[in-house]
Design a protein around this ligand. Sequence first.
Ligand code: F6P
Length: 321
Amino acid sequence: IKNIGVLTSGGDAPGMNAAIRAVVRSGLYYNLKVTGIMRGYEGMVNGEFINMDRKSVANIIQRGGTILKTFRSEAFRTTEGRAKAYEQLKKNEIDAVVVIGGEGSFTGAHAFIQEYNVPIVGIPGTIDNDLIGTDYTIGYDTAINNVIDAVDKIRDTAESHDRLFIVEVMGRDSGLIALRSGIGAGAEAILIPESRTNIESLFKRLEEGRKDKASKIIIVAEGDNMGGFEITSLIKERFPNYDTRLSILGHIQRGGRPTCADRVLASRVGVAAVEALLNGRKGEMIGSVNGNIHYTPFHNAIKHISEVNPYLLKIVDILSL
Ligand code: F6P
């Protein structure tokens, strides 16, 4: 391997820049050429390549987003698109690729390596934390800290007006952002797709909850079977005496400076990804489990996590008394 391509794909995640920096600097450390592929797989199909040197990744470790930009490429989903991408890699003498992204990105990588003999490894970069084979994905820690910052602020106004707030957080298919940030923010209840919302039991909790506690926070994952709007209107109907508001946090969760945990994780797996390619590994996501580097084949990494630790849900019940 002489020339490694690096790209970011899918939703951006804080810490992706730290991962790009780690791939570029470790590539150069091992005397490789490193090529940046712009706009994810779309740039691979269209041949949008830039040469990366030490300076091109200077002063980015602290920045959210991704300097390589990102895209959800329709072209790469097709066999013709992937054939074009392969031609571009050949033409530009890129002989291995590091893909930084989540489920969709690794699904694309998996399809590509079935068709072409190009070594690809993945780095888990998504705020959703929904990949198997790593304790945490890059961006998750920053996102949950963004959520608790926002909920702390919402609490000030909720408390002042004696209001009940439904706060909807990201996680299209996963409740992991909701679960952890909900515990961290001291939410009264957490509604996630993994434990399908039973509205009657939520009502019961609200009825049985402390009457002297005027403000309440309920965190709902975007992917919950009901979602923020529906739950808010059902609560308003059932509890007309509550002053209820809905707040959808949206994309502020994905922005901002990555936390130290995300920067360190990104640096660690970034170096390990380059070393993995040099050691002949391919078709795997490079994660971190219990502090150790862990290799998971793409098709296993993207298997949907359908269960969460039930003890964490119990903690919410115990602590919201
Ligand atoms: O996968 C990351 C994520 O932020 C999900 O939590 C969310 O559902 C989705 O991306 C939003 O995507 P977009 O930025 O395209 O609206």
